[in-house]
Design a protein around this ligand. Structure first.
Ligand code: ADP
Ligand code: LRH
Length: 480
């Protein structure tokens, strides 16, 4: 057949979806088979992912998808499930926003200084890196009993196929991978007492990952054999693969729960300046490196919307567009906003602490969040270009935030660069394209991007000048 169908399972921190991509020599169409909420659960021991509900959503999605030639899975990074000697899951996977890693990085750096850890792994400091989670869990009943650790997409692939592996792009977020060799950092693991034997062998995007088990076929009504294909299983790896860029002079922002803003490079940047600026070197497709910074993203808005009793987003954004620009900004890169709860109050407190007007209404708070995100986007893209010596002419925005026209326009204004927004479901498209490539349907990364440019709906935003106002706003934060 000329046109093949691929199911992309894409689990974001706020929702999961199963999308069906139909790929032909010059066509690419994505439709949604099933979408379900991803609602973390607070139990006495902490914040946990409802992994069985997510797996149930995946099965429902595959049933709705109907006949497909292959399945690929991507999700948020760093988190994992532990299996006992029988291959059974030990407890519910811990959520990366759980506070268990508080104080742990400092303990790790006492053994392995932060400078050396960065030089060896290229990974940003984030309290939730898998490494810190594993050190936090040391000696716990579950980790002691564990024989196997599977990252979230690898865990779901295991349940679907019975086969285990560790996909490389996502493994690069554990802080246990050397971005130069693209293999385990044996030295880091041994110095910190992490047993790499817990991990299943590394797999590369494009590798076969087994066939849907007979029970899965029965439950989903699919007719076998249906292969599972390894994709860039870190959602950000899949999303960046689907940035419809031409050439190399581009920056990207993957906007969803997080904003991940940076560059695609051919080699990691491991300098001390890069560490000090907290840029990360995650691994991408075909030997690429995702050089980027994590920004709190639309999480700030999601949490406010939750606190306000879930008002409709469209109304809130049009009201925010009427609020005067840049009255107050917060540091949207600050890990102080990581934990859930009381978000409008926390934003108000940050404005007060830096001597700015305190947003008083949901519209004002929303405007403060969007201005702050645009400012953080600008700062990340500016610094990344400088640290990597890699200038850009355009900023691509992909992910859920492309539906927020105000955020896209403000980002263009702040960066002083044109923004090309789309596709919205970039992670699912990257997932689909890697499957298609593994089955011989599309070419290399530039070829995949040309196909996206020809087939996906993109919106262009021109900067409206006045970058000086953004520079001024940036100094308010630097001073505070
Ligand atoms: P994740 O993959 O992290 O779960 P998504 O890429 O799905 O996140 O993006 C979710 C975000 O997209 C929401 O937090 C919301 O701010 C934004 N969004 C979704 N729908 C709309 C909409 N209709 N208008 C504006 N923004 C939207
Ligand atoms: C986005 C994401 C991001 C990680 C975070 C934990 O969904 O994968 O790249 O830093 O989740």
């Amino acid at each position: 057949a000329d046109v093949q169908s691929y199911a992309a399972v894409d689990l974001g921190a706020s929702s999961g979806r199963v999308m069906v991509g139909r790929v032909g020599p010059d066509s690419l169409e994505l439709t949604e088979a099933h979408r379900f909420v991803n609602r973390p659960v607070r139990v006495p021991e902490g914040l946990r992912w409802d992994i069985l509900a997510l797996y149930g959503g995946v099965l429902d999605g595959l049933r709705a998808a109907g006949r497909v030639d292959s399945v690929g899975i991507d999700s948020w990074a760093v988190d994992y499930g532990l299996l006992d000697a029988d291959g059974a899951l030990l407890g519910n996977p811990v959520h990366y926003r759980d506070p268990r890693t508080e104080g742990v990085p400092e303990k790790v750096w006492a053994t392995l200084p932060a400078e050396e850890l960065y030089a060896a792994t290229g990974l940003q400091y984030a309290p939730f890196n898998t490494l810190y989670q594993l050190v936090a869990a040391r000696g716990s009943a579950q980790l002691v009993a564990a024989e196997r650790l599977l990252l979230i997409p690898d865990l779901l692939a295991y349940w679907l196929t019975g086969e285990q592996g560790t996909e490389l792009t996502n493994a690069s977020t554990t802080q246990l991978i050397d971005p130069r060799t693209r293999d385990w950092s044996y030295d880091v693991a041994s110095r910190l007492g992490v047993d790499l034997g817990l991990f299943a062998p590394l797999r590369q995007p494009g590798d076969p990952a087994g066939l849907l088990r007979p029970e899965v076929l029965e439950e989903t009504g699919l007719r076998g054999p249906v292969p599972v294909t390894t994709v860039g299983s870190h959602d950000t790896a899949s999303a960046v693969a689907a940035v419809p860029a031409d050439g190399e002079r581009f920056a990207y922002i993957c906007t969803g729960t997080w904003s991940l803003a940076g560059l695609e490079l051919g080699a990691p940047v491991l300098s001390e300046a890069s560490r000090a600026a907290n840029f990360t070197n995650e691994l991408g497709l075909d030997g690429t490196v995702r050089y980027l910074r994590n920004i709190m993203g639309l999480w700030l808005l999601q949490e406010c919307v939750r606190a306000w009793g879930e008002p409709e987003l469209g109304g809130l954004l049009s009201a925010a567009a009427e609020v005067p620009a840049l009255r107050s900004v917060v540091d949207a890169g600050d890990a102080a906003f990581l934990a859930p709860g009381r978000m409008p109050e926390r934003i108000a407190e940050a404005c007060r602490a830096s001597g700015q007007p305190v947003p008083a209404t949901p519209a004002e708070t929303t405007r403060c969040i969007l201005d702050s995100l645009a400012l953080a986007h600008r700062k990340a893209i500016e610094e990344a270009q400088r640290l990597a010596d890699h200038p850009v002419d355009v900023v691509h925005i992909v992910g859920g935030g492309t539906r927020n026209a105000l955020l896209c326009q403000l980002t263009a204004d702040a960066c002083g660069l044109p923004v090309v927004a789309g596709p919205t479901e970039a992670a699912a498209l990257g997932n689909v394209l890697v499957q298609a490539r593994a089955h011989g349907l599309v070419g290399d990364l530039p070829g995949m991007r040309r196909l996206l440019t020809r087939t996906q709906q993109l919106t262009r935003y021109e900067p409206r000048g006045d970058t000086a106002r953004w520079t001024e706003a940036q100094t308010r934060l630097a001073g505070g």
